[in-house]
Design a binder for this molecule. Structure first.
Ligand code: ADP
Length: 222
């Protein structure tokens, strides 16, 4: 699903954010990507969504050669990816249903599809009874669940969760990771990026560690 082959990224100021990194995340896998601030985690995400291109090496997502994608094909790549942010990024003026329905409404998804799919994904994240609530009426954990439902609504092949627990207390963080794991068990590949090593140790599993732009280790933590 995700493959980096000898990827390096040098920003215009001369900083080498990634140095000859190779990694593979197979379809259906759940992988943590860990590293301290400045390790290169955001640069990795920016590569996967084609916000930047590699300075050298190859990046593949769902079989697409991301570095060589033409500008007018980037939307095709982004359709494969659901994104969960640290700060939820919900639209304050829209209720839960409309937040989740926002992206499909901007595409060619029919009203009938949304009337079924939006409640379905909200039920998956345990929030069907909050469908008419405004974001300000929800706890942080509930807002992140809405964000996860929004990421799932177009049925992506890959979920990228970028520090999804950064604004949450430890118990709620655990619940969000459990939910990401449940999503993964239904077949969606999940890459969760975090600097919070204690959660990774608590959950275990495939863990890719970046340090100063290099892959430090890639192992299954038990
Ligand atoms: P992380 O997400 O792990 O904190 P980043 O990928 O944001 O790490 O950053 C990796 C390195 O690249 C850091 O040294 C950072 O200062 C540098 N960097 C990140 N973005 C840019 C940019 N747009 N221009 C120049 N340097 C950058």
């Amino acid at each position: 699903m995700v493959e980096l082959r000898n990827v390096s990224v040098r920003y215009s100021n001369g900083v080498d954010a990634l140095k000859n990194v190779s990694l593979t995340i197979n379809q259906g896998e759940f992988a943590f990507v860990v590293g301290e601030s400045g390790a290169g985690k955001s640069t990795l995400i920016k590569l996967l969504i084609r916000e930047i291109a590699p300075s050298s090496g190859k990046v593949f997502v769902g079989g697409m050669d991301v570095g060589r994608l033409k500008r007018d094909k980037i939307w095709k790549l982004r359709q494969k990816i659901g994104y969960v942010f640290q700060d939820f990024k919900l639209i304050d003026s829209l209720n839960v249903f409309d937040n989740v329905a926002f992206v499909p409404r901007c595409t060619d998804k029919s009203n009938k599809y949304m009337r079924n799919r939006v409640p379905y994904v909200l039920q998956l994240v345990g929030l069907k009874d909050k469908i008419k609530c405004m974001p300000r009426e929800l706890s942080g954990g509930e807002q992140q669940r809405v964000a996860l439902a929004r990421a799932l609504v177009c049925d992506p092949a890959l979920i990228i969760a970028d520090e999804p627990t950064g604004n949450l207390d430890p118990k709620t963080s655990m619940e969000i990771i459990e939910l990401l794991q449940a999503v993964n068990e239904c077949g969606t590949t999940v890459m969760m990026v975090t600097h919070e090593h204690e959660f990774v140790r608590a959950f275990g599993g495939r863990t890719i560690s970046l340090s100063d732009g290099e892959k430090l280790f890639d192992e299954i933590i038990k």
